[in-house]
Write a protein that binds this ligand. Structure first.
Ligand code: SF4
Ligand code: SF4
Length: 212
């Protein structure tokens, strides 16, 4: 099954990037039949409008797959932020970083975020899992951060550990999220913001910036 048609369709509808990954190894037994992960990204920061745009793209993807006789399961862009909802449990079963790396759209940077060669970490992601036998893209299996350590040096809480991500060692702690959270809770200037964001703004790959 040719993924090119689906990618072109979604890009016409506003997606910035679309990739297909073979996510077989990352699936828990509940969803093992859905072994293709369609990673969809838009070049915008995470706002309600961005979430709405990505959910619309997921709905279009589901419709396209259904019309071709296939099943799908959408993991919404903000599912990790929806407390006490069923979808929060889905996010624990599968996260967007896996689809993005498996579909060759980015690696996990030293800042713990998906880094895309062109857009850095200033993308917002959604995933659709499917049983459609779409031809997968070439995955990232290791980091391309290399010797860069800008996010390590500029993180004010010391949360960024400086480790290189690799598919062979996926559970290694790259960022101490406890340290990151405690910095936020101690600074009034960060009230209402998700975090300080220095590890994104200093990244050379992110300098093109996201649209607001
Ligand atoms: S958001 Fe700020 S405190 Fe948290 S890891 Fe990034 S630079 Fe460090
Ligand atoms: S700042 Fe450098 S080390 Fe950190 S994520 Fe970006 S490229 Fe990787």
């Amino acid at each position: 099954m040719d993924a090119k048609q689906l990618k072109q369709f979604l890009q016409t509808e506003g997606a910035t990037l679309v990739g297909v990954g073979d996510v077989t190894k990352a699936l828990s037994k509940e969803i093992v039949h859905l072994n293709r992960g369609i990673a969809i990204a838009v070049n915008r920061s995470l706002t309600k409008e961005t979430v709405d745009q990505l959910v619309r793209l997921q709905t279009l993807t589901e419709g396209w797959l259904k019309a071709n006789g296939h099943r799908s399961l959408s993991i919404p862009p903000d599912s990790d932020r929806r407390k006490d909802k069923l979808i929060t449990k889905l996010y624990k079963l599968f996260c967007h970083k896996t689809a993005a790396t498996c579909s060759g759209l980015g690696w996990i940077g030293k800042n713990g975020l998906i880094i895309n060669e062109q857009y850095g970490s200033k993308l917002t992601w959604a995933t659709v899992l499917t049983d459609a036998p779409l031809g997968p893209d070439k995955p990232y299996v290791s980091s391309r951060c290399g010797d860069c350590d800008l996010c390590v040096r500029h993180c004010p809480s010391g949360a960024v550990q400086g480790h290189l991500w690799s598919l062979r060692n996926p559970l290694r702690e790259i960022v101490s999220y406890d340290k990151c959270r405690s910095l936020k809770s101690g600074r009034a200037a960060l009230k209402g913001k998700p975090n300080c964001g220095f590890c994104v703004t200093v990244c050379p790959y992110s300098r093109n910036g996201a649209k607001k």
